[in-house]
Design a protein around this ligand. Structure first.
Ligand code: HEM
Length: 366
C-alpha cells in the first residue's frame, strides 16, 4: 500500500497509517489527544468519576444485550424467563447480576460525578452544555432504573411500579396523562410491561447514546475544568499531567478496580428474584423502592394528605422540584463573578446533598 499523506514539512506518511490518516484525519486526532492535559490538585481524584460511569455504561449495554436474548416481555413469560436465565442459562445468573448491580453502581457513581462537578464549579462558562447534558443523562439513568425494575415481573417490582405510577398520576398538568400512557390503561398489565420494555431497551438507549456522545464531545472541546483555588496559583505552581498516555493509563487501572468491585458483588451477592407478581394480591408489607428513589419516597411520606388547597403528594412533589431547581439555574446564577453567589451555590449544593443522604438513610431504616 503506497498511498499516504503529504505533511506540512513535505514528508509523506506511507503504509496503513498514511492510508487511514488520509481518510480519517488520525494525525489530527492523535495531536489533539497528546495536547490534552489534566490538572493535578487535591480534588483531581474526582476526574475519574466520569470515566468509571462510562465504563459501567458500556457494561450495562453489553450485559443488557445478552439478557435480551433470553428475556421474554410477556405477562405469562417474563418471570419464568428470568428464572430460566438465573438457573438454566450458562452464566445467565452472572450477566443478570452484572446488569442489576451495575445499574446500582452506575447511579451511585453518577451522583458522585454530579456533585463533584458541582462543587468544582464545572457548570460555569463554557461548560453549561456539559452540565445540562449530564443532568439529562442522570434523569435517563433513573428512567433506566425505573423501567428495568418492572421487567422481572416479581411482586416487589410490580407494587413498586404501581406506587411510582400512582404518584406520577397526581402531578399537575400532564401527570395523569403521562401515567396512563406509561401504564397503557387503568391497570398495570401487559400494556405496561410492553411499554416499559420498549422504553428500557430502545428509547432510553438511543437517547442515552446520543447524549453521551454530546457530553463527551463537550468535555473534549473544553478540557478539564480547574477549581478556583488552582486557577489562582501562580503559573509555576500549577501542575498538569498529559491525558494520553499518563491519565488514560490510570483511568484503565481505576476501571480495573471498579470491575473487581463489581465482580465481587456479583459473585458474593447474586441478584435475587421474588415470587411472580400477583396483581390481585396484597402489596408486600413495608415495600420500598430502589435506594435511589428512597429520598423522594421518604419525603412524600412526611407530607400530610392535604396541604391547603393541594393534595399532599402534589404539594410534596412541587416542593422537591423547587428544591432541585437550583441544579438547573446554577450556571446562570453563579457565573464566577461574585464570591457571594459562589458561596450561596456551594451551601445550596451541600444542603441538597446532605438532605438526599439523610432522607435515603431514613427511608432505608424506617
Ligand atoms: C451516563 C452518564 C455520564 C457519563 C458516561 C459521563 C462521562 C463523563 C466523562 C468521561 C467526563 C470527563 C472526566 C470527568 O470529568 O470525570 C465527564 C465530565 C463532566 N461531566 Fe459527565 N458523565 C455522565 C453524567 C454526568 C452528570 C449526571 C453530570 C452532572 C450534571 C455530568 C457533568 C459533567 C461535567 C460538568 C463535566 C466536566 C468536568 C470538568 O471539566 O471538570 N456528567 N463526564
Amino acid at each position: 500500500m503506497t498511498s499516504g499523506t503529504e505533511k506540512a514539512n513535505g514528508t509523506k506518511k506511507v503504509g496503513l497509517m498514511g492510508w487511514l490518516d488520509e481518510r480519517l484525519g488520525l494525525e489530527a486526532a492523535f495531536k489533539f489527544a497528546q495536547k490534552k492535559q489534566v490538572p493535578i490538585h487535591k480534588n483531581s481524584v474526582w476526574y475519574y468519576a466520569g470515566g468509571i460511569a462510562l465504563m459501567l455504561m458500556v457494561i450495562q449495554f453489553a450485559s443488557g444485550i445478552l439478557l435480551m436474548v433470553y428475556y421474554v416481555p410477556g405477562l405469562e413469560a417474563a418471570h419464568a424467563s428470568i428464572l430460566r436465565i438465573n438457573s438454566q442459562v450458562d452464566f445467565g445468573w452472572f450477566f443478570r447480576s452484572i446488569h442489576s448491580w451495575g445499574a446500582n453502581l452506575l447511579i451511585a457513581v453518577l451522583v458522585g460525578h454530579l456533585f463533584s462537578a458541582y462543587f468544582m464549579k464545572a457548570y460555569r462558562k463554557p461548560r453549561e452544555f456539559t452540565w445540562y447534558s449530564g443532568l439529562i443523562l442522570l434523569v435517563i439513568c433513573l428512567g433506566f432504573g425505573f423501567t428495568g425494575y418492572l421487567l422481572p415481573w416479581d411482586d416487589v417490582s410490580f407494587f413498586a411500579t404501581k406506587i411510582g405510577l400512582d404518584i406520577a398520576s397526581k402531578m399537575p398538568v400532564f401527570g395523569e396523562a403521562a401515567a396512563s400512557l406509561l401504564r397503557g390503561g387503568h391497570n398495570i398489565g401487559q400494556g405496561t410491561l410492553s411499554r416499559f420494555f420498549v422504553i428500557h431497551v430502545a428509547l432510553l438507549p438511543l437517547l442515552c447514546l446520543g447524549l453521551m456522545g454530546l457530553h463527551l464531545l463537550f468535555v473534549q472541546m473544553h478540557g478539564m475544568s480547574e477549581p478556583g483555588y488552582f486557577k489562582k496559583l501562580e503559573a509555576a505552581k500549577r501542575t498538569y499531567e498529559k491525558f494520553f498516555p499518563n491519565f488514560f493509563l490510570k483511568d484503565l487501572l481505576v476501571w480495573l478496580l471498579a470491575l473487581n468491585g463489581l465482580a465481587a458483588l456479583v459473585t458474593l451477592y447474586p441478584w435475587g428474584l421474588g415470587p411472580e407478581a400477583d396483581p390481585f394480591g396484597a402489596a408486600p408489607i413495608g415495600i420500598k423502592p430502589e435506594w435511589y428513589f428512597l429520598a423522594p419516597f421518604q419525603f412524600l411520606k412526611l407530607v400530610p394528605p392535604q396541604v391547603g388547597p393541594f393534595e399532599g403528594e402534589l404539594f410534596g412533589a412541587l416542593l422537591m422540584v423547587l428544591a432541585c431547581s437550583g441544579m438547573v439555574i446554577v450556571p446562570f446564577f453563579d457565573k464566577g463573578e461574585s464570591a457571594e453567589k459562589a458561596k450561596i451555590a456551594t451551601y445550596y449544593g451541600l444542603v441538597l446533598l446532605l438532605g438526599i443522604i439523610a432522607f435515603t438513610i431514613w427511608g432505608a431504616l424506617s
